[in-house]
Unconditional design. Sequence first.
Lengths: 342, 317
Amino acid sequence: VLGNFAWTSEAAAWRGHGIGLRPAHVLWLIGFTSACDAYFVCAPPDAHHVERLPERLSETGLYAGPEQITDTARAYRPRFEFWSDGASKRRWIWLPVGAQIDTSEADDWRFPEGTKFWKEFTRDGVRIETRLLQKTGPSEADWSAVAYVWRPDGSDAIAAPYGVVNAAGTAHDVPGAGECFACHGGRKSGALGFSLLQLAYPADEGNLDMRQLDDASLVSAQLPGEVTLPGDAIDREALGYLHGNCGHCHNQARPRTPGPRCYDPENALDFWLQLDRLGSVGDTPSYHSAAGTVIKPGRPGQSRLLQLVSRRDVFDHMPPLATEVVDQHGVAALRTWIAQLR
Amino acid sequence: MTVRSLVYGGLIGLLCGAWRGQVSADSPRTAAVGDGMAGESGVAASFTSGMVRAPFYTAAFPEVRSQVARPRLVRLAGHLGAPGSFRLEAQIAGTWSGVMQPAGSYLVESAWSNALLAVAHVGPSWQREAVRTQLILRLGVGIPTANASSQPGYLRQRVLAIANAMALWRDQELFTPGVLSLIPEASLTCSGSRWSLGATLKATAMARVSDARLPPERTRSAAFTPVLRLDTQVTPAGWPALRLAADVAANLPAPVRAVASTQFDLVQVSLSPGVRFGLPTFTHSTIAIDAAIPVSGPLWGTFAVGVLVEAHWFDEP
């Protein structure tokens, strides 16, 4: 808690949101030499894995030609998108020929070795990066990731294993390879946006959804084509938002790995929705774990969850990384939801 | 146990074998004003903790910007008396740091520095009334042990660069991987009963002997990095001693990208205010606490500050 509290303050201050001596700075200085076990420390990227990934995006298999996505890469869009400071995103998945996704665990799919995910980020009209997440071995931990930063002329994108701050003249930060698993390491499936709950809805034309996955025999077990979240529209939007933005860290099925905590909150909060716990809002882990603690039903102004997601500039905030801009729409949805909770 | 571990163990053993005697942990080749050359042998340890904010200009990480690092640096140094007013000196450092990544997470990595060996000659001294003047000459070599592992060392490179920035680029030969250094140095000290003034000129020449896994276009084969230190110390009430040092490090070794286009930006000026005092029950030791602050040059405005806690033990003079 100390590390979280103190560090986020420091980060905010140094990122240009104001420099002033705050109590958190004093705490940070006290904890000066104890950073190694702090929750914001992640393991270095596996250099061997990163070096095995291609140096150029054009060599990863996403493109069949200039600006031409290969036919075997399928586009998809998760129902509950992660907030990326307003960046627009495109995503694709590629599965080895004849391979299936092991969906025997509905909430934690296992992907075959060789699976690739790409996510392209455009901010302020500038295409900045495309991230690659690749299953490089048979075990659950065998994922490698790196971001490719687009050249100004758009001819190709080059691997940036240590990331880029304020890339391409925008406020967008390209993460280092080791940072990818601060989020993607939170679930054993590795791929956060490609899951039953994220795809069990009628997707837009051109995007994969559960029905198409089933029709193409890309999943090992038949799963419902549509899953409806409990409650009214306000409940569903809030539960989905928490699932997509908070659940990958705040869940109780996070795989235990050696090394530093890397954003493992080590608390009882759980915003990851589960197929068998969607009977009612009160049945969801989100409500169970948060109501009465970080959520005060009917009192959004006193709910710590809302306070944390509403700021980026002082003390601690959420999400703790990969965002510098508050998602006003998401905050409004959460505020409305908490206000109507009883 | 690897060969490297044996080498490091031997060096540390050498340092510990030089137990007793006085030495400056700040750098065995840049003895602080007032240290003198008392004692036949000595050992010193220092711990520096600080904050460094990029950009600082490094070979391997030109892309690292606007990030705050919290490096820690431990230096071990020692000297051993030799016949004829000579003494042998050695130094090595270990550093570790959390490095902020672009999305906000941290990585922690550690690295050894290069090993430094030197021969010092205590030159003649002149006494005029209450003022004593002392000349010390040193010749050192830097052995490229930093990041010499065959394993990929991208992060170790970064940690060394961070430690180098926190040390205000005054000891490039210690933190620059892949170079063999020749380090001639001369220091002149004038001291009275409660004060001292000193000047030290270190003229390090570095020759690259390996690419240290840096991109070839970002390295060059040789560099010359003179450092001038002006140092003063006063002891107004007998205890403690107040100290102020100013360092000018010039012609920083490639690859350094100048902040602006003028050559002046290749000069780093820094100040090191501090305090030194002895311990009542350990009369053969002193403790020093120093800050290191850049006042101009490439590090100015990028923020680099360190606090040094130093302890050294020495023989009776």
